[in-house]
Design a protein around this ligand. Structure first.
Ligand SMILES: Cc1ncc(COP(=O)(O)O)c(C=O)c1O
Length: 369
């Protein structure tokens, strides 16, 4: 099988550990086990038997996640996956076939885009409009929806712009999906990382055919746990679980155990508060820095530790990123890898001094242009 290269992930894997300043990450600087578990729990870990556990996730973890989404969602509506990446993969593999048409927002984290195209599905891209605060233009969206649309795919909050879908657009998307009886796939892995500290609206349960994917890698600062999930109808969850038997069988029992402990309402709010404080502080650093720079202009994100910056000088995004990497040892991601040329994405989730160090080098680079 011939498949497309996931340029964003590959460039990050190759270089993120090689540069002095890795500003290519989109999450908040990771938490340590000692910061999230009590001493008693840390001791308990030493005695845990590392069994398979439950292939769909332990009932306790599924209950904790169901509770995050309100009354209509039960443990039977939740599947634990290896990151939200696996949850996205399962949605494409179980619901779509060759030649099926999907409607997809750009710019984006292009996992589903590359995956669907690699399996010869027809991906229709509909741009988010910067002049609308990185929202879909509803007329443009409607023009791209046809009776052949099998799935509408959303990333909300959006990577790389950090925008949150407005209620107006979301209501219309739900109406369209209901009228058409098509799938609605909402990747909500950045939910919980809002700069306002108020969790944005989830699409969970919005229609009978809605799949919401989330995880602990971004807002919860725990990418190394590799915990993700899908929330959907029982029918979908059972189907995705059957496919999951072929992918990873189940997530690490240890990760499931830790996630089950920290996702009580009180503890998860504590982690999200840390996220909010960190985002508030570092976004100020970024915007203060950006005031003096004219060769790029940064859109203000509403969520996530990333900002999408327009390049105002004649440089394509990959050249910008490669030059900066090779001559200033700073890694960003190129707009091209998010499906939109002319931009770069700057991550500001690392510790403040580190972010400032990276920004100082970017400034030097821009002055030299
Ligand atoms: C929008 C989006 N979805 C999914 C993922 C995959 O994350 P994970 O598998 O760690 O949950 C990422 C990673 O950057 C992402 O940006």
């Amino acid at each position: 099988m011939k498949f497309e290269q996931f340029q964003l992930e590959r460039n990050q894997s190759l270089f993120e550990n090689e540069v002095d300043y890795n500003l290519s990450e989109s999450g908040i600087h990771p938490l340590k086990i000692s910061e999230i578990l009590t001493l008693e729990e840390q001791n308990e870990i030493l005695d845990i038997e590392l069994s398979y556990g439950y292939t769909n996730g332990t009932p306790l973890l599924r209950r904790r996640i169901a509770n995050m989404y309100g009354n209509d969602i039960t443990t039977d509506n939740v599947l634990i996956t290896s990151g939200s990446a696996e949850a996205n993969f399962l949605a494409v593999m179980t619901q779509l076939e060759r030649d099926d048409e999907i409607v997809y927002m750009i710019p984006n984290y292009l996992q589903i885009y590359h995956l669907a195209r690699s399996f010869n599905m027809n991906v229709k891209t509909v741009p988010l409009r910067e002049e609308l605060g990185w929202q879909w233009d509803l007329d443009e969206l409607k023009k791209n929806i046809t009776s052949k649309t099998k799935m509408i795919v959303i990333c909300n909050p959006n990577n790389p712009t950090g925008s949150i879908m407005s209620n107006e657009v979301m209501d219309e998307v739900i109406t369209i999906a209901n009228d058409l009886d098509c799938w609605l796939l909402s990747d909500e892995v950045y939910r919980g990382a809002e700069l306002s500290g108020v969790e944005c609206r989830s699409l969970a349960g919005a229609t009978d055919k809605t799949i919401v994917n989330g995880g602990l890698s971004k807002a919860y600062s725990l990418p190394g746990l590799r915990i993700g999930w899908s929330v959907s109808s029982e029918e979908y969850i059972n189907k995705a679980w059957s496919f999951h038997d072929f992918t990873v069988i189940n997530v690490s029992y240890l990760s499931d155990w830790i996630a089950s402990r920290i996702l009580t309402e009180e503890r998860r709010k504590k982690i999200l508060n840390r996220t909010k404080e960190h985002l508030k502080h570092n976004s100020k650093l970024l915007f203060d820095w950006a005031k003096e720079i004219t060769s790029i202009s940064i859109s203000r994100p509403e969520a996530s530790a990333i900002a999408f910056a327009k390049i105002n000088i004649p440089l394509d995004s990959e050249k910008f990123v490669f030059d900066l990497r090779d001559h200033y040892s700073v890694l960003l991601t190129a707009g091209k890898w998010h499906g939109l040329e002319g931009y770069v994405r700057i991550g500001y989730g690392t510790p403040s001094d580190y972010v400032l160090g990276g920004l100082a080098r970017i400034k030097q680079y821009l002055i030299s242009q």
